[in-house]
Design a protein around this ligand. Structure first.
Ligand code: PLP
Length: 372
């Protein structure tokens, strides 16, 4: 179970040199292939020339630069929210929001498969923790009705990071309104991917973030750069500026990071072919893998788990694919539950159909045969 790191010696892309070998990368979150896009890199370089490498201080001291301010406005517009606030990472954004809104007399309601950062955020806030079975809206409704907490917050991944399935956002919004609760959607894997223009999980559900709903989006996955933001109502954002400790007590992102994100957002909005191609690759994979007899969980997103059960089976499968020049990570407990070890395959708009075909050919020859 010991975890090891692999060293990548070129730019992130559909093929990378890892530990000295060229491999097709099926375990990156660069879903739209923007991490090394020339326009994004050029924006970062130009910004570094002009604004320097580091912001020099936190946002509330002297680190809030014009690039950050412009990006916040553009992010709010992109996800159709009254306002947005930049954070340094998604992990910190989740900790910041939850502990700014909740304290000891409050309660947080979490899907059992939520990301570790949401779980940690709940612990840090000292609110009473309720975890409901994955996607079980009846259990959530029951827990909400039974709670006498002062303030309530429902937290859910928009796209579940290890399974690729979607939160029932419409039902969650409805429950939040009926029970006078906040709803925080962690859209780390939905932003850029879901919604007509890549606006994420709320847009895909015909909604948008505004009190009592909150969107947390990350900028290091489909957006291809680094950082995160929270979008929601005016009062929420003002509250976070006053109270979110992971916003207040940390150095602002470098301006070149913010300007690279701005360039990436333009590409996300104006190049829908990236999402179309990504969807086509996911379909190609699912049709092929189902023909091979693999039992695929219901996921239409670029996250495609192949369930293998034991940690050993997952590691062996990952090694088999590596021998064929394909980099796919084995996900084992405690990241996922016991006996649900898996290959976690992620697709990118930068992949070709031929690369997906190579993956299917290699899966067809997994030594122990397909698990069903
Ligand atoms: C990656 C991820 C985060 C953390 O975002 P970072 O910006 O990488 O810190 C939070 N939530 C989910 C669901 C994620 O997948």
């Amino acid at each position: 179970m010991y975890r090891e790191r692999h060293i990548v010696t070129d730019a992130p892309g559909p093929e990378v040199i890892v530990d000295g070998r060229r491999m097709v990368n099926f375990c990156s979150n660069d879903y739209l292939g923007l991490a090394k896009h020339p326009q994004v890199v050029a924006a970062m370089t130009a910004s570094a020339e002009r604004f320097g490498a580091g912001a020099g201080a936190s946002h509330l001291v002297s680190g809030h630069m014009a690039s950050h301010h412009a990006l916040e406005t553009e992010l709010a517009e992109f996800v159709n929210a009254p306002r947005a606030l930049l954070f340094s990472t998604g992990y910190m954004a989740n900790l910041g929001v939850v502990s700014a809104l909740l304290g000891r007399s409050d309660a947080i309601f979490q899907d059992r498969l939520n990301h570790a950062s949401l779980i940690d955020a709940g612990v840090l806030s000292r609110a009473k923790l309720h975890r409901y079975a994955h996607l079980d809206m009846q259990a959530l409704a029951h827990d909400l009705a039974a709670s006498d907490a002062t303030r309530k917050l429902i937290a859910s991944d928009g796209v579940f990071s290890m399974d690729g399935d979607l939160a029932p956002v419409t039902e969650l919004i409805d429950l939040a309104r009926r029970h006078d609760a906040w709803l925080l959607i962690d859209d780390a894997h939905g932003l850029g991917v879901l919604g007509e223009h890549g606006e994420g999980s709320f847009a895909a559900a015909g909604s948008h973030p505004e009190t009592p709903t909150i969107l947390m989006g990350t900028l290091g996955k489909a957006v291809g750069v680094f950082g995160a933001f929270v979008a929601g109502g005016e009062e929420l954002i003002e509250t976070l500026i006053q109270k979110a400790r992971t916003y207040i007590y940390t150095t602002a992102l470098p301006a070149p990071v913010a300007d690279a994100v701005r360039a990436s957002l333009q590409l996300i909005k104006t190049e829908p072919w990236r999402r179309d191609h990504l969807r086509a690759l996911v379909r190609q994979f699912r049709v092929g893998a189902e023909q091979l007899g693999f039992d695929l969980p219901a996921s239409d997103t670029p996250i495609q788990p192949v369930m293998l059960g034991s940690a050993e089976a997952a590691l062996q499968a990952s090694q088999h694919l590596a021998d064929a020049g394909l980099w796919v990570s084995a996900i084992r407990p405690p990241t996922v539950a016991q006996n649900t070890a898996r290959l976690r395959i992620t697709f990118s708009a930068a992949h070709s159909e031929a690369q997906v075909e190579r993956l299917l050919v290699a899966l067809a020859t997994l030594p122990r045969g397909p698990a069903t």
